[in-house]
Design a protein around this ligand. Structure first.
Ligand SMILES: Cc1ncc(COP(=O)(O)O)c(C=O)c1O
Length: 421
Protein backbone atom coordinates (compact mmCIF):
# COMPACT_ATOMS: atom_id res chain seq x y z
CA UNK A 1 0.00 0.00 0.00
CA UNK A 2 1.39 3.39 -0.96
CA UNK A 3 1.80 5.76 1.94
CA UNK A 4 0.41 8.95 0.48
CA UNK A 5 1.10 10.96 3.63
CA UNK A 6 4.77 11.20 2.67
CA UNK A 7 3.77 13.03 -0.52
CA UNK A 8 1.56 15.64 1.12
CA UNK A 9 2.55 19.28 1.31
CA UNK A 10 2.75 20.93 4.73
CA UNK A 11 -0.21 23.06 3.66
CA UNK A 12 -2.35 20.01 2.81
CA UNK A 13 -1.48 18.39 6.13
CA UNK A 14 -2.71 21.41 8.02
CA UNK A 15 -6.02 21.66 6.10
CA UNK A 16 -9.14 20.67 8.04
CA UNK A 17 -12.58 19.77 6.72
CA UNK A 18 -15.10 22.55 7.30
CA UNK A 19 -17.26 21.95 10.37
CA UNK A 20 -20.24 23.08 8.29
CA UNK A 21 -19.60 20.67 5.43
CA UNK A 22 -18.94 17.83 7.91
CA UNK A 23 -22.57 18.15 8.92
CA UNK A 24 -23.44 17.18 5.34
CA UNK A 25 -22.38 13.60 6.07
CA UNK A 26 -24.86 13.46 8.98
CA UNK A 27 -27.57 14.55 6.56
CA UNK A 28 -26.53 11.95 4.01
CA UNK A 29 -26.58 9.22 6.66
CA UNK A 30 -30.15 9.84 7.74
CA UNK A 31 -33.18 10.87 5.76
CA UNK A 32 -35.06 12.67 8.46
CA UNK A 33 -32.73 15.28 9.87
CA UNK A 34 -33.71 18.92 10.26
CA UNK A 35 -30.69 20.86 9.17
CA UNK A 36 -29.96 24.22 10.75
CA UNK A 37 -26.31 23.70 9.78
CA UNK A 38 -25.31 25.05 6.35
CA UNK A 39 -26.12 28.60 5.32
CA UNK A 40 -27.87 27.47 2.17
CA UNK A 41 -30.32 29.84 0.49
CA UNK A 42 -33.89 28.63 0.26
CA UNK A 43 -34.45 26.47 -2.82
CA UNK A 44 -38.16 27.32 -2.60
CA UNK A 45 -37.26 30.95 -3.26
CA UNK A 46 -35.09 30.43 -6.35
CA UNK A 47 -36.44 32.02 -9.54
CA UNK A 48 -36.79 28.61 -11.20
CA UNK A 49 -39.12 29.64 -14.04
CA UNK A 50 -37.08 32.66 -15.05
CA UNK A 51 -33.85 30.62 -14.92
CA UNK A 52 -35.40 27.96 -17.14
CA UNK A 53 -36.39 30.54 -19.76
CA UNK A 54 -32.95 32.16 -19.68
CA UNK A 55 -31.18 28.78 -19.92
CA UNK A 56 -33.35 27.86 -22.91
CA UNK A 57 -32.45 31.10 -24.66
CA UNK A 58 -28.75 30.77 -23.86
CA UNK A 59 -28.49 27.15 -24.94
CA UNK A 60 -30.27 27.67 -28.24
CA UNK A 61 -26.84 27.70 -29.90
CA UNK A 62 -27.02 31.31 -30.99
CA UNK A 63 -24.44 32.49 -28.46
CA UNK A 64 -21.27 30.37 -28.66
CA UNK A 65 -19.51 32.12 -25.79
CA UNK A 66 -21.90 30.43 -23.35
CA UNK A 67 -19.98 27.18 -23.67
CA UNK A 68 -16.59 28.64 -24.56
CA UNK A 69 -13.57 29.67 -22.46
CA UNK A 70 -13.74 33.35 -21.57
CA UNK A 71 -11.67 36.18 -20.14
CA UNK A 72 -10.20 35.54 -16.67
CA UNK A 73 -11.56 38.85 -15.36
CA UNK A 74 -15.06 37.86 -16.34
CA UNK A 75 -17.73 38.10 -19.05
CA UNK A 76 -17.74 41.74 -20.11
CA UNK A 77 -21.50 42.38 -20.08
CA UNK A 78 -21.60 40.89 -16.58
CA UNK A 79 -18.80 43.23 -15.48
CA UNK A 80 -20.99 46.12 -16.66
CA UNK A 81 -23.88 44.75 -14.60
CA UNK A 82 -21.61 44.54 -11.56
CA UNK A 83 -20.36 48.14 -12.03
CA UNK A 84 -23.99 49.20 -11.98
CA UNK A 85 -24.83 47.09 -8.97
CA UNK A 86 -21.83 48.49 -7.10
CA UNK A 87 -22.94 52.04 -7.79
CA UNK A 88 -26.28 51.19 -6.11
CA UNK A 89 -24.13 50.30 -3.08
CA UNK A 90 -22.43 53.71 -3.38
CA UNK A 91 -19.17 52.13 -4.60
CA UNK A 92 -17.70 53.77 -7.70
CA UNK A 93 -15.83 51.20 -9.75
CA UNK A 94 -14.78 50.19 -13.25
CA UNK A 95 -13.61 47.10 -15.14
CA UNK A 96 -9.97 47.58 -14.09
CA UNK A 97 -10.98 47.17 -10.48
CA UNK A 98 -13.02 43.97 -10.86
CA UNK A 99 -12.53 40.21 -11.19
CA UNK A 100 -15.42 37.78 -11.39
CA UNK A 101 -14.68 34.81 -9.14
CA UNK A 102 -16.07 31.34 -8.76
CA UNK A 103 -17.99 32.22 -5.61
CA UNK A 104 -16.62 34.58 -2.99
CA UNK A 105 -14.88 31.54 -1.60
CA UNK A 106 -12.52 31.64 -4.56
CA UNK A 107 -12.08 35.36 -3.95
CA UNK A 108 -10.96 34.64 -0.40
CA UNK A 109 -8.58 31.96 -1.63
CA UNK A 110 -7.08 34.33 -4.21
CA UNK A 111 -6.68 37.14 -1.66
CA UNK A 112 -4.91 34.68 0.64
CA UNK A 113 -2.58 33.42 -2.05
CA UNK A 114 -1.70 36.87 -3.37
CA UNK A 115 -1.23 38.64 -0.04
CA UNK A 116 -0.09 36.14 2.55
CA UNK A 117 3.20 34.44 3.31
CA UNK A 118 3.45 31.63 5.87
CA UNK A 119 3.62 33.26 9.30
CA UNK A 120 1.86 36.48 8.29
CA UNK A 121 -0.99 37.50 10.56
CA UNK A 122 -4.60 38.17 9.55
CA UNK A 123 -6.84 39.89 12.07
CA UNK A 124 -10.38 38.55 12.15
CA UNK A 125 -13.57 39.15 14.07
CA UNK A 126 -14.28 36.74 16.90
CA UNK A 127 -16.16 34.67 15.84
CA UNK A 128 -15.50 34.70 12.08
CA UNK A 129 -16.58 32.92 8.89
CA UNK A 130 -15.06 29.44 8.69
CA UNK A 131 -14.50 29.59 4.92
CA UNK A 132 -12.25 32.63 5.30
CA UNK A 133 -10.42 31.04 8.21
CA UNK A 134 -9.75 27.97 6.03
CA UNK A 135 -8.63 29.99 3.01
CA UNK A 136 -6.14 32.12 4.95
CA UNK A 137 -4.82 29.21 7.01
CA UNK A 138 -4.28 27.18 3.84
CA UNK A 139 -1.44 29.53 2.89
CA UNK A 140 0.14 29.36 6.34
CA UNK A 141 -1.22 32.58 7.85
CA UNK A 142 -1.88 32.88 11.55
CA UNK A 143 -5.33 34.20 12.42
CA UNK A 144 -5.73 36.42 15.45
CA UNK A 145 -9.21 37.25 16.67
CA UNK A 146 -10.62 40.52 17.96
CA UNK A 147 -13.75 40.51 20.08
CA UNK A 148 -17.02 42.05 18.96
CA UNK A 149 -19.70 44.08 20.74
CA UNK A 150 -23.34 44.31 19.71
CA UNK A 151 -22.36 46.78 16.96
CA UNK A 152 -19.33 44.90 15.67
CA UNK A 153 -15.58 44.71 16.22
CA UNK A 154 -14.04 46.39 19.23
CA UNK A 155 -11.70 49.03 17.82
CA UNK A 156 -9.67 49.36 21.03
CA UNK A 157 -9.08 45.62 21.04
CA UNK A 158 -8.12 45.83 17.38
CA UNK A 159 -5.55 48.55 18.09
CA UNK A 160 -4.04 46.89 21.14
CA UNK A 161 -3.82 43.53 19.34
CA UNK A 162 -2.07 45.16 16.39
CA UNK A 163 0.36 46.98 18.68
CA UNK A 164 1.20 43.75 20.52
CA UNK A 165 1.73 41.79 17.30
CA UNK A 166 3.91 44.49 15.79
CA UNK A 167 6.03 44.80 18.91
CA UNK A 168 6.55 41.02 18.65
CA UNK A 169 7.88 41.63 15.15
CA UNK A 170 4.88 40.04 13.40
CA UNK A 171 3.78 41.09 9.92
CA UNK A 172 0.07 41.89 9.99
CA UNK A 173 -1.41 42.16 6.48
CA UNK A 174 -5.12 42.83 6.81
CA UNK A 175 -8.29 42.78 8.85
CA UNK A 176 -11.02 40.51 7.51
CA UNK A 177 -14.57 41.65 8.25
CA UNK A 178 -18.18 40.80 7.33
CA UNK A 179 -19.90 44.05 8.37
CA UNK A 180 -23.42 43.22 7.15
CA UNK A 181 -25.26 40.42 9.00
CA UNK A 182 -22.09 38.58 9.76
CA UNK A 183 -21.71 34.86 9.37
CA UNK A 184 -22.09 33.48 12.07
CA UNK A 185 -23.40 36.19 14.46
CA UNK A 186 -25.78 38.12 12.19
CA UNK A 187 -24.23 41.35 13.55
CA UNK A 188 -24.48 44.63 11.72
CA UNK A 189 -21.47 46.90 12.27
CA UNK A 190 -22.40 50.48 13.15
CA UNK A 191 -21.64 53.23 10.66
CA UNK A 192 -19.39 55.00 13.17
CA UNK A 193 -17.27 51.88 13.54
CA UNK A 194 -17.05 51.45 9.78
CA UNK A 195 -15.70 54.96 9.34
CA UNK A 196 -13.30 54.60 12.26
CA UNK A 197 -11.99 51.34 10.82
CA UNK A 198 -11.13 53.05 7.54
CA UNK A 199 -9.18 55.75 9.37
CA UNK A 200 -7.51 53.13 11.52
CA UNK A 201 -6.40 51.10 8.48
CA UNK A 202 -4.96 54.22 6.88
CA UNK A 203 -3.19 55.28 10.07
CA UNK A 204 -1.64 51.84 10.57
CA UNK A 205 -0.97 51.08 6.91
CA UNK A 206 -3.14 47.97 6.75
CA UNK A 207 -5.59 46.55 4.25
CA UNK A 208 -9.20 45.63 4.96
CA UNK A 209 -10.86 42.61 3.34
CA UNK A 210 -14.60 43.30 3.34
CA UNK A 211 -16.76 40.26 2.61
CA UNK A 212 -20.34 41.32 1.85
CA UNK A 213 -22.62 38.52 0.61
CA UNK A 214 -25.65 39.33 2.82
CA UNK A 215 -25.91 43.08 2.28
CA UNK A 216 -29.16 42.99 0.27
CA UNK A 217 -30.88 40.59 2.67
CA UNK A 218 -31.87 43.07 5.37
CA UNK A 219 -35.18 42.96 7.23
CA UNK A 220 -37.79 45.60 7.81
CA UNK A 221 -36.20 46.97 10.97
CA UNK A 222 -33.18 48.12 8.96
CA UNK A 223 -34.71 51.44 8.04
CA UNK A 224 -31.82 53.37 6.60
CA UNK A 225 -29.75 52.37 3.59
CA UNK A 226 -26.78 53.90 5.42
CA UNK A 227 -26.87 51.09 7.97
CA UNK A 228 -25.59 48.62 5.38
CA UNK A 229 -23.28 51.03 3.56
CA UNK A 230 -20.15 49.07 2.62
CA UNK A 231 -16.77 50.20 3.91
CA UNK A 232 -15.63 50.29 0.30
CA UNK A 233 -18.08 53.14 -0.36
CA UNK A 234 -16.10 55.48 1.91
CA UNK A 235 -12.62 54.18 1.13
CA UNK A 236 -10.66 57.12 -0.24
CA UNK A 237 -7.28 55.36 -0.09
CA UNK A 238 -7.79 51.95 -1.75
CA UNK A 239 -7.45 50.19 1.59
CA UNK A 240 -10.48 47.95 1.02
CA UNK A 241 -10.61 44.73 -0.96
CA UNK A 242 -14.33 44.16 -1.40
CA UNK A 243 -16.01 40.82 -2.12
CA UNK A 244 -19.62 40.11 -2.88
CA UNK A 245 -21.61 37.33 -4.47
CA UNK A 246 -24.79 36.32 -6.28
CA UNK A 247 -24.93 33.11 -4.23
CA UNK A 248 -27.40 34.30 -1.62
CA UNK A 249 -29.55 36.42 -3.93
CA UNK A 250 -29.77 34.43 -7.19
CA UNK A 251 -28.31 30.96 -6.53
CA UNK A 252 -24.99 29.53 -5.32
CA UNK A 253 -25.04 26.92 -8.09
CA UNK A 254 -23.95 29.53 -10.63
CA UNK A 255 -20.77 30.12 -8.61
CA UNK A 256 -20.63 33.77 -9.62
CA UNK A 257 -19.19 36.42 -7.31
CA UNK A 258 -16.76 39.30 -7.59
CA UNK A 259 -13.71 40.96 -6.10
CA UNK A 260 -13.19 44.72 -6.24
CA UNK A 261 -9.87 46.35 -5.40
CA UNK A 262 -7.19 48.76 -6.58
CA UNK A 263 -6.14 47.98 -10.20
CA UNK A 264 -2.58 47.07 -9.13
CA UNK A 265 -3.95 44.36 -6.85
CA UNK A 266 -6.56 43.19 -9.31
CA UNK A 267 -3.81 42.48 -11.86
CA UNK A 268 -2.28 40.11 -9.31
CA UNK A 269 -5.63 38.55 -8.49
CA UNK A 270 -6.21 37.90 -12.17
CA UNK A 271 -2.92 36.02 -12.50
CA UNK A 272 -3.69 33.96 -9.38
CA UNK A 273 -7.13 33.13 -10.74
CA UNK A 274 -5.64 32.07 -14.07
CA UNK A 275 -3.55 29.49 -12.22
CA UNK A 276 -6.64 28.20 -10.44
CA UNK A 277 -9.27 27.88 -13.16
CA UNK A 278 -8.44 30.07 -16.20
CA UNK A 279 -11.91 31.60 -16.16
CA UNK A 280 -15.36 31.27 -14.64
CA UNK A 281 -18.13 29.16 -16.10
CA UNK A 282 -19.48 30.94 -19.19
CA UNK A 283 -22.94 29.49 -18.61
CA UNK A 284 -23.03 30.57 -14.96
CA UNK A 285 -21.91 34.12 -15.75
CA UNK A 286 -24.33 34.53 -18.64
CA UNK A 287 -27.22 33.17 -16.60
CA UNK A 288 -26.46 35.75 -13.91
CA UNK A 289 -25.93 38.49 -16.47
CA UNK A 290 -29.31 37.81 -18.10
CA UNK A 291 -31.05 37.45 -14.74
CA UNK A 292 -29.81 40.91 -13.79
CA UNK A 293 -30.59 42.50 -17.16
CA UNK A 294 -34.10 40.99 -17.30
CA UNK A 295 -34.91 42.33 -13.83
CA UNK A 296 -34.95 38.95 -12.06
CA UNK A 297 -32.58 40.12 -9.31
CA UNK A 298 -34.54 43.35 -8.79
CA UNK A 299 -37.77 41.36 -8.42
CA UNK A 300 -36.19 38.72 -6.23
CA UNK A 301 -34.71 41.00 -3.57
CA UNK A 302 -37.92 42.23 -1.92
CA UNK A 303 -39.31 38.68 -2.04
CA UNK A 304 -36.21 37.27 -0.43
CA UNK A 305 -36.23 39.86 2.33
CA UNK A 306 -39.81 38.93 3.18
CA UNK A 307 -39.10 35.20 2.87
CA UNK A 308 -36.08 35.22 5.18
CA UNK A 309 -37.60 37.64 7.66
CA UNK A 310 -40.63 35.34 8.00
CA UNK A 311 -38.34 32.38 8.58
CA UNK A 312 -36.31 34.30 11.12
CA UNK A 313 -39.50 35.14 12.98
CA UNK A 314 -40.71 31.54 12.87
CA UNK A 315 -37.40 30.29 14.20
CA UNK A 316 -37.19 32.84 16.96
CA UNK A 317 -40.80 32.19 18.01
CA UNK A 318 -40.26 28.42 17.98
CA UNK A 319 -37.06 28.68 20.00
CA UNK A 320 -38.74 30.99 22.51
CA UNK A 321 -41.74 28.69 22.91
CA UNK A 322 -39.95 25.35 23.05
CA UNK A 323 -36.61 26.08 24.65
CA UNK A 324 -37.77 27.91 27.72
CA UNK A 325 -34.72 30.10 28.18
CA UNK A 326 -32.08 27.41 27.52
CA UNK A 327 -30.79 29.59 24.67
CA UNK A 328 -30.29 33.35 24.38
CA UNK A 329 -29.63 35.38 21.24
CA UNK A 330 -29.64 38.83 19.68
CA UNK A 331 -32.30 39.21 16.99
CA UNK A 332 -30.52 39.20 13.59
CA UNK A 333 -31.68 42.12 11.41
CA UNK A 334 -30.78 40.40 8.14
CA UNK A 335 -28.93 37.42 6.71
CA UNK A 336 -29.38 33.74 7.47
CA UNK A 337 -28.36 33.04 11.06
CA UNK A 338 -29.41 33.01 14.68
CA UNK A 339 -26.29 32.91 16.84
CA UNK A 340 -27.44 31.42 20.11
CA UNK A 341 -25.74 31.04 23.45
CA UNK A 342 -26.42 27.95 25.51
CA UNK A 343 -26.99 28.29 29.20
CA UNK A 344 -24.15 26.63 31.10
CA UNK A 345 -23.24 23.91 31.89
CA UNK A 346 -24.33 22.84 28.38
CA UNK A 347 -22.15 23.76 25.43
CA UNK A 348 -22.45 23.53 21.66
CA UNK A 349 -19.83 20.81 21.23
CA UNK A 350 -21.16 18.38 23.81
CA UNK A 351 -24.81 18.98 22.86
CA UNK A 352 -24.22 17.95 19.24
CA UNK A 353 -24.40 14.14 19.63
CA UNK A 354 -27.70 14.55 21.49
CA UNK A 355 -29.00 16.80 18.72
CA UNK A 356 -27.94 14.34 16.01
CA UNK A 357 -29.65 11.55 17.92
CA UNK A 358 -32.87 13.58 17.97
CA UNK A 359 -32.58 14.35 14.25
CA UNK A 360 -31.51 18.01 14.20
CA UNK A 361 -28.14 19.52 13.35
CA UNK A 362 -26.47 22.91 13.74
CA UNK A 363 -22.90 24.18 13.58
CA UNK A 364 -20.96 24.26 16.83
CA UNK A 365 -19.96 27.81 17.64
CA UNK A 366 -16.42 26.71 18.43
CA UNK A 367 -15.78 26.22 14.69
CA UNK A 368 -15.93 30.00 14.20
CA UNK A 369 -13.42 30.94 16.88
CA UNK A 370 -9.83 31.00 15.70
CA UNK A 371 -8.64 30.28 19.20
CA UNK A 372 -11.11 27.37 19.39
CA UNK A 373 -11.83 27.92 23.06
CA UNK A 374 -15.33 29.34 23.09
CA UNK A 375 -17.85 26.49 23.18
CA UNK A 376 -20.98 28.20 24.46
CA UNK A 377 -22.54 29.06 21.10
CA UNK A 378 -24.39 27.33 18.28
CA UNK A 379 -25.19 28.71 14.82
CA UNK A 380 -28.72 28.01 13.67
CA UNK A 381 -29.44 28.74 10.05
CA UNK A 382 -33.09 29.52 9.30
CA UNK A 383 -32.60 30.17 5.57
CA UNK A 384 -33.17 26.78 4.00
CA UNK A 385 -35.69 24.65 5.99
CA UNK A 386 -39.42 25.17 5.48
CA UNK A 387 -41.46 26.82 8.27
CA UNK A 388 -42.75 23.41 9.44
CA UNK A 389 -39.26 21.97 9.51
CA UNK A 390 -38.02 24.97 11.48
CA UNK A 391 -40.71 24.33 14.13
CA UNK A 392 -39.95 20.61 14.13
CA UNK A 393 -36.21 21.31 14.44
CA UNK A 394 -36.80 23.59 17.43
CA UNK A 395 -38.81 20.83 19.15
CA UNK A 396 -36.04 18.34 18.50
CA UNK A 397 -33.44 20.75 19.79
CA UNK A 398 -35.48 21.17 22.97
CA UNK A 399 -35.57 17.37 23.36
CA UNK A 400 -31.83 17.17 22.78
CA UNK A 401 -31.23 19.77 25.48
CA UNK A 402 -33.44 17.81 27.90
CA UNK A 403 -31.51 14.63 27.05
CA UNK A 404 -28.17 16.34 27.60
CA UNK A 405 -29.33 17.79 30.92
CA UNK A 406 -30.67 14.41 32.04
CA UNK A 407 -27.37 12.82 31.13
CA UNK A 408 -25.52 15.34 33.26
CA UNK A 409 -27.58 14.41 36.29
CA UNK A 410 -27.54 10.63 35.61
CA UNK A 411 -24.35 9.82 33.66
CA UNK A 412 -24.86 7.57 30.65
CA UNK A 413 -23.24 7.53 27.24
CA UNK A 414 -24.94 9.81 24.69
CA UNK A 415 -26.78 8.04 21.90
CA UNK A 416 -24.28 7.81 19.05
CA UNK A 417 -26.42 7.26 15.97
CA UNK A 418 -29.28 9.34 14.61
CA UNK A 419 -32.57 7.44 14.59
CA UNK A 420 -33.69 6.21 11.19
CA UNK A 421 -37.01 8.07 11.33
C1 LIG B 1 -19.33 35.49 4.83
C2 LIG B 1 -19.29 34.59 3.64
N1 LIG B 1 -18.35 34.76 2.72
C3 LIG B 1 -18.28 34.00 1.63
C4 LIG B 1 -19.17 32.96 1.42
C5 LIG B 1 -19.02 32.12 0.20
O1 LIG B 1 -20.00 32.41 -0.73
P1 LIG B 1 -19.91 31.96 -2.26
O2 LIG B 1 -21.05 31.04 -2.49
O3 LIG B 1 -20.01 33.22 -3.03
O4 LIG B 1 -18.59 31.28 -2.46
C6 LIG B 1 -20.17 32.71 2.37
C7 LIG B 1 -21.09 31.58 2.20
O5 LIG B 1 -21.76 31.14 3.10
C8 LIG B 1 -20.24 33.55 3.51
O6 LIG B 1 -21.16 33.38 4.45
Amino acid sequence: MTNFDQFLSAAAESMRESAIRKMGSVLAASRDVVSFAPGYPSEAAFAWDEFRTIADDLLSGRRESVLQYGATRGYRPLLEVIVDLMSKRAIETSHERLVVTSGSQQGLDIVGRVLLNPGDVVLVELPSYTGAIAAFRAVGAELVGVRQDADGYDLDALSSTLARLRSDGRRVKFFYTVPNFQNPTGLLVSLAKRLSLLEWAERHDLLIVEDDPYRDLYFSDVTREAETRPLAADDGHDRVIYLSSFSKTLAPGFRVAWLNAAPALVERFEIAKQAADLCNSGLGQQMVNEACRRGVLERQLPRLRTHYQEKRDIMVRALTETLGGALTWELPRGGFFVWARLREPLDGDSLLPFAVARGVIYVMGSAFFVSGQERQYIRLSFSSPSPDRIREGARRLADAISDARAERTAPASPPAEPPSR
